[in-house]
Design a protein around this ligand. Structure first.
Ligand code: SF4
Length: 524
């Protein structure tokens, strides 16, 4: 039995028959730092789900990440029994094209479809022999005639590749962890929650299991930093407490980036996050106009400040074009989100994605605009529903203006992140607890890495706010660590050269990097 699992083909983020320039493959550059020019944070992430599947079936399996159409066809010549295609809603047409290519070039192969595009009502327009909606490991095992209930194996994976900061290729790897899928909070817009039937499906149920995967990643890849792909990791505090305890007892300096709701951060406390080794948190603010149960009673301004004071980077996400938004209050909401002063902000348009409560409601009431192609259903272009106060064109303009307002007001996220790290270093001081001493030392090492970038950043400040931020942060670094060393100054010159080149690229509109094709073979 031979299985091929593929992501959709590129190129990505270009206007063509399959997609739009406003739907890029890089997470941060697509929806967080997209208007920050040369300062935009660049990196790609592998298609984690496919690797998870590959690690958990018995068949010889190839994972094809980011192929071109031609490379996909070439791979089909390897006589596969099953070809799996994973896609999200805006990639519906790409998945359809790929399935047709499978029928033509590998007619013997069975086609299975998975990913967040599968709840689309038209999914069966894509030639297929099986559609996985929801958790995929057990589904694929059953499809292949394997025991669906045997234990889960967590793959040993890098979280990202192709990182660039100010044009400099950076090697700052994290391991990937998926403790579980889905979220029971059932926020009305949330596709991940509805995709898994508003349930949480654990893969790593205890802190011990997580710790064992961390150790395996450290042994195999040498990484001690981890990106935790779990919608609300701290919703299961016992697992986090056990993990923190094992880290302390084993003298490890593991560090984690997490998604968490504010209520769960409040429950465990920011001091615990420092002990656990959390270095960044993705926090769903959603809107300052509407209270979501997960945010009830949370003072976001003080929570964001407290996290940053402890050296924890904060990414807040906000949704625009909610039904409550009108021309006046949408800007109040944007300004309040920016006034929280996080390191990074994601603005997304409300996107009624299939199967979500908002989709069902808008569909029933005729508010979806029927002729918007699925390629435009991604939240960074224009809305695809009738809003009482905004046209589609306005939704695109206001979204762009919101990102620019963030950048113009708070300055480059890169420099805000550098500020958080030095703030943490200065504040977490005086403890004799060996764990806290290690945390502080790791903040110092991270701060050192920022210094050459800060030196180059001043040459690219786009307004007075950015200039003031860069000078303030540089002064704080001087105060905390003394003047830059000769080596750091030399590195600053190198960064400056890269940044100048990158700035020319951005100015010329050549700001869309493509990920390389990555072929990973399991048991072949
Ligand atoms: S808390 Fe986050 S992950 Fe959970 S349903 Fe709400 S938006 Fe989705």
């Amino acid at each position: 039995m031979k299985v091929l699992l593929s992501s959709v083909f590129g190129p990505y983020g270009v206007d063509d028959e399959y997609g739009q320039a406003s739907c890029r493959m890089e997470l941060f550059h697509n929806q967080v730092t997209r208007e920050q020019g040369v300062f935009s944070i660049r990196m790609f992430h592998p298609t984690f789900g496919l690797h998870f599947l590959a690690a958990n079936i018995s068949a010889a399996t190839t994972v094809l990440d980011f192929p071109s159409e031609a490379r996909f066809v070439e791979e089909l010549r390897n006589d596969y029994d099953v070809v799996g295609i994973s896609f999200i809603v805006p990639n519906f047409e790409r998945a359809k094209r790929m399935a047709k290519l499978v029928r033509r070039h590998a007619p013997r192969a069975k086609i299975v479809l998975g990913g967040h595009g599968t709840p689309l009502p038209e999914v069966d327009e894509i030639p297929n022999d099986g559609v996985c909606r929801g958790e995929g490991v057990r589904w694929l095992r059953s499809f292949l005639g394997e025991d669906p209930e045997r234990p889960i194996t967590h793959p040993i994976l890098s979280d990202s590749f192709g990182g660039r900061i100010l044009g400099v290729p950076v090697v700052d790897h994290s391991g990937h962890l998926t403790p579980g899928l889905g979220c029971p909070n059932a926020c009305f817009f949330c596709l991940t929650s509805s995709f898994f039937d508003h349930k949480y499906i654990p893969y790593l149920t205890t802190g011990r299991e997580m710790f064992d995967v961390c150790e395996a990643v450290e042994r195999t890849l040498g990484y001690r930093k981890f990106y935790v792909m779990d919608e609300n990791f701290l919703a299961h505090p016992e697992r986090a407490y056990e993990l923190a305890d094992l880290i302390a007892r084993n003298g490890k300096n593991y560090r984690f980036s997490l998604f968490s709701s504010a209520e769960n951060i409040k429950k465990v406390g920011v001091d615990f996050l420092v002990r656990l080794g959390v270095i960044s948190v993705w926090l769903g603010v959603e809107s300052n106009l509407k209270t979501f149960p997960k945010n009830r009673g949370v003072d976001f301004a003080s929570l964001v400040r407290e996290l940053r004071d402890h050296g924890i980077l904060v990414l807040t996400s906000a949704i625009l074009f909610l039904e409550e938004h009108d021309r006046a209050n949408i800007w109040e909401d944007i300004r309040e989100t920016v006034a929280l002063e996080p390191d990074l902000i994601q603005f997304m348009q409300l996107g009624p994605a299939p199967n979500t409560p908002v989709y069902r409601r808008f569909r029933a009431s005729g508010r979806l605009i029927e002729d918007v192609p699925y390629a435009e259903w991604h939240g960074q272009g224009q809305i695809w529903f009738r809003h009482p106060h905004f046209s589609r064109e306005e939704s695109g303009r206001i979204l762009t203006d919101a990102f620019r307002y963030d950048y113009d007001t708070l300055g480059p996220s890169l420099v805000r992140m550098a500020e958080t790290v030095v703030r943490g270093f200065q504040n977490i001081n005086g403890s004799r607890d060996p764990l806290i001493v290690r945390r502080r030392e790791s903040l110092r090492r991270r701060a050192e890495k920022f210094r050459p970038f800060l030196a180059a950043a001043r040459h690219h400040a786009h307004n007075d706010n950015a200039r003031a931020l860069i000078e303030r942060v540089r002064a704080t670094y001087d105060e905390a660590f003394g003047p830059m060393s000769l080596k750091q100054r030399a590195q600053g010159q190198v960064v400056r050269a890269y940044a100048a080149q990158e700035a020319r690229r951005v100015a010329a509109g050549r700001n869309n990097y493509q990920p390389p094709t990555i072929v990973t073979r399991y048991r072949t």
